[in-house]
Design a protein around this ligand. Structure first.
Ligand SMILES: [Zn+2]
Length: 377
């Protein structure tokens, strides 16, 4: 077999390296595909995330590098019949190519990368996902990312890399990590993953760890639910949010008619219907929560031009306008939930109930009739 012949020389080198204790014997827990950036795992290893793939000779031979430095590496299938782990170099592993060494600061040298990888390697298929919101950044993130992240689950170590804090290492143990870059990715997630696991998921972003049901905001349209319970997610979200604090969320809004700017110079403000949140005990008048989506990017001015349901990913910022405020002509207490949309990745036409239906069709045995639709609660 091709691998065997080609890598005999590497085996021999590995043996020498081990005896001399040189850099070549470091344990490389996984490799990176130089072309796609995918995490390449050994054939019997667990796949931790959707970015992980198993080693495939046709796809990966000659294209791999160390996960923590630029040293090129290759797959060595080893020789399990000769005692597996008991003899170094006998079980399948990744190995540096001839003449390649890990950089001094590479975490493969210290074994740290292997330890971290071991900590997250066992994915429990009953547990939820740790969703990293990637590439969903605003200008101020670029400046504030470090200080904010330091307060959250990740902390920058002396090696200048981000590490999961021990507290969260425990909490996220067994949870599959995935990266999400757009609202479309979320729609695919909702369409395809086990609903039981989705419910157990957390979203990690800018140092925040957000429980799934604090993140996905929508009107629950489940049959038989009392009217005042349909908007409980958005009500709870607002209760937790301090004025002017910003928290990421994915919200479903419904537009009875399309929205677009009335003239060229105007920014678009999308105003979906508000949510009634109890009554003022003194006046007896209803309190309202009013989502407002601001679109200043000209490229997105027609993004909301059709009636229907949309999914919007962004930071929600709370702004209160109490009934007694001189600016408030309505006589009702109002809380605005302001979001800004700057990027196509933040908006998609979408219907949570439809995604849940599709999910159930996809994940139910084929012989059963279509189950009754229930939202992703
Ligand atoms: Zn390295």
């Amino acid at each position: 077999m091709g691998i065997n012949n080609n890598h005999n020389s590497f085996n021999q080198q590995s043996g020498r390296a081990n005896r001399s204790g040189s850099a070549e014997s470091f344990l490389i827990p996984y490799a990176i595909d130089q072309q796609t950036g995918a995490v390449v795992r050994l054939p019997h290893d667990y796949l931790r995330t959707e970015n992980d793939v198993h080693y495939d000779e046709a796809a990966h031979k000659g294209k791999l590098q160390c996960p923590d430095c630029e040293a090129t590496v290759h797959f060595n299938k080893g020789n399990p019949s000769r005692g597996g782990d008991n003899l170094m170099g006998q079980s399948a592993h990744f190995h540096t190519n001839p003449g390649q060494t890990h950089k001094d600061e590479c975490r493969v040298r210290s074994g740290q990368l292997a330890r971290e990888d071991r900590d997250v390697q066992k994915i429990d298929s009953n547990k939820g996902f740790v969703i990293n919101l990637n590439s969903f950044q605003r200008q101020d993130d670029l400046f504030g990312a470090f200080s904010k992240a330091a307060r959250g689950p990740y902390m920058r170590g002396d090696d200048k890399r981000m590490h999961l804090l021990d507290k969260y290492r425990q909490e996220f143990s067994g949870m599959e990590r995935i990266s999400i870059r757009s609202v479309q990715d979320f729609a695919d997630f909702l369409r395809t993953k086990s609903i039981a696991r989705i419910r157990e998921s957390v979203v990690v972003h800018r140092g925040h760890v957000i429980q799934w049901d604090n993140f996905l905001l929508f009107k629950n349209r489940r049959e038989g639910l009392a009217e005042e319970d349909r908007d409980s997610r958005i009500k709870n979200f607002v209760k937790r949010l301090r004025p002017n604090q910003e928290i990421p969320c994915l919200i479903e809004i419904e537009l009875k008619e399309g929205a677009w700017p009335k003239n060229t110079y105007q920014a678009l403000c999308v105003k979906p219907e508000g949510v009634r949140d109890g009554f003022d005990p003194h006046t007896g008048r209803p309190n309202y929560i009013l989502p407002r989506i601001y679109v200043e990017n000209d490229m997105l001015r027609y993004e909301f031009s059709q009636a229907g349901r949309y999914l919007v990913l962004g930071y929600a910022r709370r702004s209160d306008l109490p009934a007694h405020s001189p600016k408030n002509k309505s006589g009702n207490n109002m809380v605005f939930l302001n979001m800004r949309v700057d990027d196509h990745a933040q908006v998609a036409k979408g219907d949570i109930l439809e995604l849940a239906r599709e999910n159930r069709r996809r994940n139910s045995p084929k012989t059963q009739p279509d189950p009754a639709p229930t939202p992703l609660t």
